[in-house]
Design a protein around this ligand. Structure first.
Ligand SMILES: Nc1nc2c(c(=O)[nH]1)N[C@H]1C(S)=C(S)[C@@H](COP(=O)(O)OP(=O)(O)OC[C@H]3O[C@@H](n4cnc5c(N)ncnc54)[C@H](O)[C@@H]3O)O[C@H]1N2
Ligand code: MOO
Length: 404
């Protein structure tokens, strides 16, 4: 039997098998959660002209101490059409165009107005307090505003709209098939006998996958039977990624590997030196001009979730063209001590309160209660010494698919 692979090597080898999916142009709302397939260039200046950053009075360039005569108004969306001479001011609102001849705005708190007469009551504005947003302050036409591979979230969507875009180039949504298998599994809709357990992994994995924009089909539970598994693979033949749960280990009824081989898939690698999650299996199959990937997750529920987090989500992000598909850890400190680790890198369930992380007591890879109570995975290297409270550890945030 081969030695389990290090996590980094397994992730690198898996991601090297991914070819980003075809590019499509979709409206900006439909691009949310996907990644830009090409760099985005501004189609306009922002702001398109000098505008006021405050409510107050626009005054002429060389005359920032007053007094002034108010000759009109520039409101947001309704610019003043004339130009300013020395001694003249225009009432101006935040976001309104600066009139011709003006280079500064006096905030209204610093002046006193009597009909069309205006006098300074505060300090004359220093140059840095002119309260003007110059043309092109945010970006200029033709500038690259977002690089390829950027995740489109609320701010990126707003920037794209501001830059004059209606559609964005993104990769099509990956098609994911989730298959869980095992004779002991009872379907969610049916009563569960004592020799059975409810098939919870399929729903859990589909839910985790939905933190990325994908189309997901769930099939199972499938019995421990070669033909039944191959029929399930056939039903998923058009998926970009097939994720299975269970049957990945060494037991007599662990049929994933033979079923994949019989189906014509190539086993890329098997077993990774992580706890939980050791029996992870990766396979590929040529499907037309594309490579279809199979990620065989271990059946233990926590092992399934941890390996889906470390392998399935990065693969989905890579299919979508993410520049950084792997999850990123943050550093925090321990609220309680930790035991030394063994030969496998460990991912412990913990609760992080923003200041410190508390490892949960029950760390069995079948324990959904502590998985559901956790919000982070504490990353412990292999052969690491015991740690005392207060020492630094790396944690991966679990909510919303984590931070990638
Ligand atoms: N002799 C050895 N035995 C085991 C090894 C090993 O190296 N040598 N590895 C262990 C490790 S580590 C894991 S993890 C498990 C994973 O094995 P499988 O992927 O073959 O998973 P199953 O045996 O099918 O199931 C394990 C466990 O999880 C429950 N399960 C499975 N599917 C679901 C589901 N859809 N929903 C909820 N729960 C599920 C299943 O009932 C079992 O209790 O192997 C160890 N054994
Ligand atoms: O390493 Mo297995 O994945 O115990 O749970």
């Amino acid at each position: 039997m081969t030695t389990p692979m290090l996590l980094e090597e397994a992730q690198t080898r898996l991601l090297a098998l991914v070819e980003p999916l075809e590019v499509e142009h979709v409206d900006i709302g439909g691009a949310l959660g996907r990644y830009l397939a090409e760099p985005l260039f501004a189609l306009r200046h922002q702001p398109a002209a000098d505008v006021s950053a405050m409510d107050g009075y626009a005054v002429s360039a060389g005359d920032v101490s007053g007094p002034w005569r108010i000759i009109g108004e520039s409101a947001a969306g309704h610019p003043f059409s004339g130009s300013l001479e020395a001694g003249e001011a225009v009432r101006i609102s935040t976001g309104a165009l600066l009139p011709a001849g003006s280079k500064a705005v006096i905030v209204q708190e610093d002046v006193a107005r009597d009909r069309d007469h205006l006098v300074m009551t505060g300090e004359a504005p220093r140059p840095e307090n002119r309260h003007v947003r110059p043309r092109g302050m945010d970006f200029v036409e033709g500038a690259s505003v977002l690089p390829a591979g950027t995740l489109i979230g609320p701010a990126q969507a707003a920037l794209a709209i501001s830059a004059g875009h209606k559609y964005l180039p993104v990769r099509r949504r990956p098609r994911l098939a989730v298959i869980d298998s095992g004779d002991e599994l009872s379907p969610v809709s049916q009563p569960c006998a004592p020799h059975q357990i409810p098939a919870s992994n399929g729903a859990m994995l589909a839910a985790l996958a939905r933190s990325v924009p994908i189309d997901v089909e769930q099939n199972g539970p499938i019995p421990d039977d070669l033909d039944a598994l191959m029929t399930a693979f056939d039903a998923a033949a058009d998926a970009d990624v097939i994720v299975t749960s269970g049957g990945a280990s060494v037991g007599d009824h662990d049929l994933l590997r033979p079923a994949l081989e019989a189906w014509g898939a190539k086993i890329e690698f098997w077993r990774v030196a992580i706890k939980p999650g050791k029996p992870l299996l990766i396979a590929s199959r040529d499907h037309g001009s594309r490579k279809q990937l199979v990620i065989g997750l271990p059946g233990n529920p926590v092992s399934s979730l941890v390996t889906a987090y470390l392998f399935m989500l990065p693969v989905l992000r890579a299919f979508l063209g993410a520049s950084h598909p792997l999850p990123r850890a943050i550093t925090t400190r321990l609220a309680e001590p930790l035991e030394p680790t063994g030969a496998r890198r460990e991912f412990l369930r913990g609760v992080w309160d923003g200041e410190a992380v508390r490892p949960l007591t029950l760390q069995d890879s079948g324990a959904l209660s502590s998985l559901a109570a956790s919000n982070v995975l504490i990353d412990r290297p292999a052969h690491a010494p015991a740690l005392v409270a207060g020492e630094s550890v790396q944690v991966f945030l679990l909510q919303n698919g984590g931070y990638a």
